[in-house]
Design a protein around this ligand. Structure first.
Ligand code: ADP
Ligand code: MG
Length: 225
């Protein structure tokens, strides 16, 4: 993965957030204050504008800019939580121009730790942690089993989607939804949904990167050296 792939990931997240903005807001209307889709879309629109202004940037720098932009443009719970996640992930990547699945796993772990340091949510509290933690576990398991960047990101995508769906029967114990007590049961958590969206976008960006590399490396028969 390199800076181009990181940019592709951010662009994919922005596109998906634009498409899912109203859905995320509907989810937040049921157990929150109906602003999650709007918050995320505003934040990522600002991120894309900032990132477009940066010509030369390492993947780590891109994520740190995304994190700072998110913190300054998104209020509520999601702004500082995702902002910290991006900042920590960017820090974990350091100055690397390109990186493989092991460093990406460290970045995901740093992101999760950042979210948990700020928000103190555990798995089962019905938050974004319910999507991110199983995604990281699936990613690391896949690597231990000899998997690649592609299979690990796909495993993370599936685990995040499962974790997102698993928030439906839970009662919220953190954030605004927890004020509803048992009335939060039966609704999918908006933050777990946006996290699953980001992990799906990551798998897409990595797979697109691979097919581009294959296409670029292919030679037509008889087309010379
Ligand atoms: P707000 O709740 O301030 O309106 P958003 O609607 O943008 O902020 O985000 C709500 C989401 O934030 C929730 O669905 C949940 O996933 C996540 N969230 C809230 N509190 C926490 C927390 N303490 N730790 C992790 N995630 C949290
Ligand atoms: Mg809200």
């Amino acid at each position: 993965m390199d800076a181009a792939c990181a940019r592709r990931w951010l662009g994919e997240v922005a596109a998906r957030l634009a498409a899912e903005r109203d859905f995320l807001t509907q989810l937040d209307a049921a157990i929150g204050d109906a602003d999650h889709g709007v918050n995320m879309h505003r934040g990522f629109t600002a991120v894309m504008a900032r990132v477009a202004d940066l010509d030369e940037a390492t993947p780590g720098q891109l994520l740190k800019v995304a994190g700072r932009t998110f913190v300054s443009t998104v209020g509520g719970a999601a702004g500082p939580l995702y902002g910290t996640a991006f900042l920590q992930a960017g820090d974990a990547l350091g100055d690397a121009e390109r990186f493989g699945p092991r460093l990406l796993a460290e970045a995901l772990r740093a992101a999760l730790e950042g979210v948990q340091r700020i928000g103190a949510a555990a798995v089962g509290d019905k938050t974004m942690v319910d999507a991110i933690a199983p995604a990281l576990a699936a990613f690391e398991l896949e690597l231990r089993m000899g998997g690649s960047l592609e299979t690990a990101t796909c495993g993370a995508r599936e685990a995040a989607a499962e974790g997102m769906r698993a928030t439906i029967p839970l009662q919220a114990r953190k954030g605004r939804a927890s004020y509803l007590g048992p009335r939060s049961v039966g609704h999918q958590d908006p933050g777990a949904t946006s996290s699953a969206l980001m992990l799906a976008a990551l798998a897409d960006a990595v797979l697109a990167d691979r097919s581009r590399r294959f296409a670029g490396g292919a030679r037509r028969p008889g087309s010379g050296p």
